[in-house]
Design a protein around this ligand. Structure first.
Ligand code: GLT
Ligand code: MN
Ligand code: MN
Length: 415
């Protein structure tokens, strides 16, 4: 009986009818994207096999368009099986392009699977054997050509196998140098072709390797400054990857934005300290998700992030195919709900008043101006400033109140 009711209510909840009146309904203009590997995830985990039937790339494109997404991203082998002949590849890509055109979906990002095939079990760009590194670069070149064919703007590099279980394997400085050499090679090649592509490097601290090189967005940001074409390269931070080791996604993304390096973003959810869960966006740590959306939308200041909002997540293993689309709609709706909450929070007069209280008034403005850039005169002026640490220390900052206001916006009782 319960099953029947569920089935009936699913049929009776026509996404289209509800959505037309629903301000949180995802629309292509929101620029939401998913990977073929996300909505195509079949629920296998290290302890059990797949639980959902396969969906073809064309079915996934159709489902995403119906759900209101803007685009679909892919690994080379999400679309073209490893080892396919050139003719087979061309046939598959042509069919996929027809599906994209029919449903009006874009492919803003492509990436290379440099982690599944056993050839990469000692790494791809950082493998000790240069033949493996050369094969990895070859494979990335073919994936980039596919991206160019599909009109992608961004190429993501997630080095899932770039790491070790034991540092007896190699000197990590060799790994970092080989990583750099491979990226320099690919940047040089892309530049020579005249393609306007950008590379987005995605960090992860561990899993599947015991330790992955360049484990955080911060590590990646520095590594990029050592490349031959640093302007071509930015980062692709992922919520789960920053949260696994207990770091703040908001701070990693903010650092990337401030450096002009947020080229892509992987949205999902994660409980701190666990394996990479890739949960529905906003389904854990709603406050973290709220401040992340606020940052991306720019409601608290600074320019908005204009790239696609990509969800690198998948449905719970409990779900059937209908549940996969519940999952996808959930990611997008939660993003839009949080964007509305962020706008309300930043338009809240009491928020503005508390932030103003903490900025310290006219003497503080003078201090900020002095600190803005060093000069001999400013150093002298700074020395003469009459600052009373005891008086400053006595000021309460009202963050309990401010955070409670954020909570009340989030919980839907304010704004
Ligand atoms: C893989 C990984 C993701 C990366 C994808 C891009 S593949 O699913 O867990 O975080 O973004 O290679
Ligand atoms: Mn990711
Ligand atoms: Mn992940």
């Amino acid at each position: 009986m319960a099953t029947t009711r569920t089935r009936i209510s699913r049929k009776k909840a026509p996404a289209t009818r509800l959505d037309s009146a629903d301000r949180f309904a995802p629309r292509p203009a929101d620029r939401f994207t998913f990977g073929l590997w996300t909505v195509g995830n079949r629920g296998a985990d290290p302890f059990g096999p797949v639980v959902r039937p396969p969906q073809t790339p064309a079915q996934l494109v159709e489902g995403l368009a119906r759900a209101g997404a803007y685009g679909v991203n892919l690994h080379d082998n999400d679309l073209v099986p490893f080892g396919a002949s050139a003719a087979e590849r061309d046939r598959i890509v042509a069919g996929f392009e027809r599906a994209l055109a029919e449903h009006g979906l874009k492919v803003p990002m492509v990436t290379t699977n440099l982690f599944s095939h056993p050839v990469f079990r000692d790494g791809a760009f950082t493998a000790s054997d240069a033949r493996v590194r050369a094969f990895a670069v070859q494979k990335a070149m073919r994936a980039i050509e596919l991206g160019v064919e599909l009109d992608a703007e961004t190429v993501v590099f997630w080095g899932g196998r770039e790491g070790v279980e034991t540092d007896a394997a190699r000197d990590p400085r060799d790994a970092i140098r080989w990583y750099r050499d491979c990226l320099n090679f690919l940047c040089g090649w892309v530049k020579e072709q005249g393609w306007r592509l950008r590379f987005a490097l995605e960090a992860k601290p561990n899993e599947p390797r015991g330790d992955i090189y360049l484990p955080t967005t911060g590590h990646m940001l520095h590594f990029i400054t050592t490349l031959e074409q640093p302007d071509m390269c930015g980062v692709n931070p992922e919520v789960a990857h920053e949260n696994m080791p207990g770091l703040s996604m908001v701070h990693g993304v903010a650092q990337a934005m401030e450096a002009g390096k947020l080229f892509h973003v992987d949205l999902n959810a994660q409980k701190i300290g666990r394996y990479d869960q890739d949960l529905r966006f906003g389904s854990e740590d709603q406050k973290g998700a709220f401040f992340l959306v606020r940052l991306l939308e720019g409601t608290g200041g600074y320019p908005r992030y204009e790239g696609p909002r990509h969800f690198d997540a998948h449905a719970y293993r409990t779900e059937d195919i209908a549940g996969v689309w519940d999952f996808a709609r959930g990611c997008m709706r939660t993003y839009k709900i949080l964007a509305e909450k962020a706008r309300a929070f930043d338009a809240d007069a009491e928020v503005a008043e508390i932030l103003e209280h903490n900025s310290g008034g006219s003497v503080a403005a003078r201090c900020a101006a002095v600190l803005n850039a060093y000069s001999t005169a400013r150093a002298a002026e700074l020395r003469d400033l009459d600052l009373d640490p005891e008086a400053l220390a006595a000021i309460g900052h009202r963050y309990e109140r401010l955070d409670q206001i954020a909570m009340e916006h989030l919980l839907g009782v304010r704004g």
